[in-house]
Design a binder for this molecule. Structure first.
Ligand code: PMP
Length: 354
């Protein structure tokens, strides 16, 4: 750190992304990416757009915004496209929290929420998950502050029902509720259908997981027009060209090729169920994940040792040091061969620890 860094930033502990190894080829099940490449249609559109990169991208992202809106059955004015959904979450922290409006989130959830809160020097209200790792809904009813809920939650994968989300949103009419649906396409119900009914609801989604575009950085927020205008104010005050031309092309392809999207979601869900079944046979306990990962704990080996042994044998999964979940690992669902290889390696490790 330099002597010039201001006091506020000097105090921050940045978000730690999952490892992106370069030296060795791992079976990479640690950052919830899709195991499938982007649709060819999008790659074609992106490569055509590459030729136009001497010109700025469309700051309004008009074409893709209207495709996203149409696909969700809402108006373009109810959508903002961003550089990954991290960016729309960042905007929400900037727009809807301050020293008198704390950020409210679960103790075990997406790690970036607490980083944003620290970055903006915000008070926080942290609500512990119940013992079974489900969200303690009653504690989010008529609470005080801006609520951030990942649905399905990460890293547990547990999803709330739409009526539970609605209870939270309707009980906090004077506070913003952000539902982060990064993993919604793998089996949870989206709250997008509620945005016309509630003017305090912001739903965020991403192209990083179910649409195979983690490296393109594309996400979006959906809400009533006034909230979108708030977020646009931040976008135009920070980075008006936040989505680049090639990413807009990839995004268009991803929306237009619905069949490829549906097929990939289906495969991930099937391979998740396969992985759950195999891990249960090996004595693991798992949460009921509706995401593209499972969250698992062995009855024979502690979480840290399992993570390290898997890594030694060429499989990367995500391990967190939080004491509440230290015995768990979060395992991204890869393709069937990757999951078979993963199960094989787990078997070997369990044999060796006998
Ligand atoms: N929300 C959750 C719950 C996540 O796990 C992630 C992925 N790290 C994100 C949002 C952000 O993803 P992206 O910026 O790639 O859209």
């Amino acid at each position: 750190m330099s002597k010039f860094l201001n006091e506020k930033i000097a105090k921050i502990t940045p978000y730690v992304p999952g490892e992106q190894p370069k030296q060795r080829k791992y079976i990479k099940l640690n950052t919830n990416e899709s195991p499938y490449p982007p649709t060819k249609m999008g790659v074609q559109m992106a490569s055509e757009e590459a030729n136009n990169c001497y010109l700025y991208s469309d700051p309004e992202c008009s074409e893709l915004t209207s495709l996203v809106a149409d696909s969700l059955g809402i108006k373009s004015s109810q959508v903002i496209l961003t550089n990954g959904s991290d960016e729309v979450l960042n905007f929400a922290f900037m727009a809807y929290c301050d020293k008198d409006t704390p950020a409210v989130f679960a103790d075990i959830t997406y790690g970036f929420y607490k980083v944003f809160a620290k970055l903006y020097d915000l008070p926080t209200k942290v609500i512990p998950l119940k013992d079974d790792f489900s969200i303690d809904i009653d504690k989010f009813i008529s609470t005080f502050g801006t609520i951030f809920i990942a649905n399905p939650n990460a890293p547990t994968g547990i999803a709330l029902d739409l009526n539970e989300i609605e209870r939270i949103v309707s009980s906090n009419p004077d506070r913003i509720v952000v539902i982060d649906e990064a993993y919604v396409d793998f089996g949870a119900k989206s709250a997008v259908s509620l945005i016309d009914k509630y003017d305090n609801l912001l739903v965020t989604q991403t192209f990083s997981k179910s649409r195979s575009l983690a490296g393109a950085r594309l996400g979006f927020g959906v809400a009533n027009e006034n909230l979108i205008k708030d977020l646009m104010t931040i976008k135009y005050s920070t980075n008006p060209y936040n989505v680049n031309r090639m990413t807009l092309g990839l995004g268009k392809g991803a929306i237009l090729d619905k069949e490829y999207f549906n097929e990939n979601c289906k495969k991930v869900i099937q391979d998740r169920e396969y992985t759950v079944e195999k891990l249960k046979e090996l004595g693991f306990s798992l949460t009921n994940s509706k995401a593209n990962f499972v969250f698992a704990k062995s009855d024979r080996i502690d979480g840290t040792s399992l993570y390290l042994k898997l890594k030694e044998k060429g499989v990367l999964v995500r391990h967190f040091n939080d004491p509440r979940i230290i015995d768990y690992n979060r395992i991204t669902i890869g393709n069937r061969e990757q999951m078979q290889a993963f199960i094989q390696v787990v078997k070997e490790i369990l044999e060796e620890t006998k």
